[in-house]
Design a protein around this ligand. Structure first.
Ligand code: AHR
Length: 495
């Protein structure tokens, strides 16, 4: 029997804007995200500007990616920016010790990254090196990027072809400083953050939004220490990293070969993000009740085993309908916590972890996760609405999770957007939503679903999981009835 879930759509107590930066992405020097991803060989037969691949740029522009994080990840804390500027042939090489000990030729550096951001129409989010770099090195990088005046480093910038400053705003001070970024204690890192951040100057044309390396998953002591030790005027954001690992870190599970139990466990682990964000936010509220400091979930997504036969250090994994459900559920969580979560970055854009785009030489495909970001772009910078409902359970064995999750917003034109996810692998779920009094009369909708939770797009069948028009709804006055198919993401627009 089909259950009908009553839902009330209403305005929150306080006006909250869902920052577009929640829809951010991440591109590390790792595997084929930058090299053979964004940045390709001169001889590859695809449209390019310099060596930047333009078919990928076009695809990402369509989903309006608001920011792009670079150069890492773990790579950031061994990256020395001076090696990546100037004539490419003269740039020194280095070893990428985190990701397979491959030789990094530094052909993709500061200017190339910022050119990519300008082609994408996106804001750069640069992470500086605390682990193996100096305060002077980080401070000079900011000066090189942002100072609109005469100095030795801005002279070099001009020589390298960029007269005017780049005006970079999002600035990470180290990455995972509790781990690959230096194995620091929270007390030690808090001191380091204050030292480094002090010398990353705010030039009049470019105020920095400084983001501290934050907790790993449920390390609440890290959050507590940073919030206690660092004044909120110095720290725009505190980052949080959490990955959904279907099995465990030793054997993470296949990206495409899994049964319903593993699918269920994955979604259960994905939903844990809600608890993490709630608990870290509660600690932040204690020290910062006015919510000046943003929670920046700058690494999230599903992490599985690599595809058989690929380099284990390159983190190349396929992307199925399960990934789409992880993305949609996580973005609903962020939308619902938009009072504190003001930025997030899915890991990672191309060919690495939960990618939006996969490439094979000239070929490229858009993953189910890409399509979720496409459907959800309507929430960017819209006003949060609340969905009040009690979800039916989705049970496997003796475990249960809420089958339905969702979020909603109202944009500047007055249109209401509701994104609903049905995680149940076999049951349709009916929703009966009471809309706000100011809702428009016209409803349209799109759906992303698939034959199975492990259906995916391959280079032979790139359009197996794609969004489609959706019509299983009926509006009667302010009542909207919707039937969600199993394993589906439905986004409704009421205008
Ligand atoms: O995204 C892959 C890696 O995961 C990043 O380099 C690191 O920050 C995290 O552990």
């Amino acid at each position: 029997a089909q259950t009908t879930v009553p839902v009330v759509v209403g305005a929150p107590e306080k006006d909250i804007v869902i920052s577009k930066h929640i829809y951010g992405h991440f591109s590390e020097h790792l595997g084929h995200c930058i090299y053979d991803g964004f940045w390709v060989n001169e001889n590859l037969n695809v449209p390019k500007k310099d060596r930047i691949r333009l078919d990928i740029v076009d695809a990402l522009k369509k989903i309006k990616i608001p920011n792009l994080r670079w150069p890492g990840g773990c790579f950031a804390d061994e990256y020395h920016w001076r090696d990546g500027i100037g004539p490419r042939k003269q740039r020194p090489v280095m070893i990428n010790t985190n990701w397979g000990n491959v030789t990094e030729d530094n052909s993709f550096g500061t200017h190339e990254f910022l050119e990519l951001c300008s082609l994408l129409g996106t804001e750069p989010y640069i992470t500086g090196n605390v682990g193996s770099g100096t305060v002077e090195e980080m401070s000079k990088w900011v000066e090189y990027l942002n100072f609109d005046g005469v100095s030795p480093v801005t002279g070099i910038r001009k020589q390298n072809g960029h007269e005017k400053p780049f005006n970079v705003s999002f600035w990470g001070v180290g990455n995972e400083s509790w781990g690959c970024g230096g194995n620091m204690s929270p007390e030690f890192y808090a001191s380091q953050f204050k030292r480094y951040a002090t010398f990353c100057k705010n030039y009049p044309n470019a105020q920095l939004k400084k983001i501290a390396s934050g907790p790993n998953v449920d390390d609440y002591r890290w959050t507590e220490t940073l919030m206690k030790e660092v004044p909120s005027w110095l720290m725009w954001g505190l980052s949080l990293h959490y990955y959904t690992v279907p099995k465990d870190w030793g054997n993470k599970g296949s990206a495409t070969q899994f049964d319903e139990k593993e699918y269920f466990t994955t979604m259960q682990k994905c939903l844990y993000m809600d608890e993490l964000v709630t608990k870290h936010s509660a600690i932040m509220d204690k020290y910062d009740p006015k919510k000046h400091v943003s929670l920046v979930v700058d690494e999230w997504g599903i992490w599985t085993n690599v595809e058989p036969g690929t380099n284990g250090a390159f983190l190349y994994q396929q992307n199925s309908m399960r990934d789409a459900l992880v993305a949609a559920t996580t973005l609903n969580i962020f939308n619902n916590h938009a009072d504190r979560v003001r930025m997030a970055n899915l890991a990672q854009t191309i060919n690495v972890l939960q990618a939006l785009v996969l490439t094979d030489k000239e070929k490229m495909l858009l993953t189910p996760t890409y399509h979720v970001f496409d459907l959800y772009q309507v929430h960017q910078n819209a006003h949060q609405l609340k969905l009040h409902f009690a979800s039916p359970d989705y049970s496997v064995g003796d475990q249960k999770i809420p089958a339905v999750n969702g979020s909603a917003s109202q944009d500047s034109s007055g249109a209401i957007h509701i994104s609903l996810v049905n995680l149940d692998a076999s049951k349709k779920i009916s929703i009966s939503a009471l809309l706000p009094a100011n809702a428009g009369a016209k409803v349209s909708a799109r759906v992303l679903t698939a034959a199975a939770f492990n259906s995916y797009n391959s280079f032979d069948e790139p359009n197996k999981v794609v969004p489609a028009a959706f019509s299983d709804f009926k509006k009667d006055g302010s009542q909207l009835a919707v039937t969600l198919p199993p394993i589906s993401v439905v986004v409704l627009t009421i205008q």
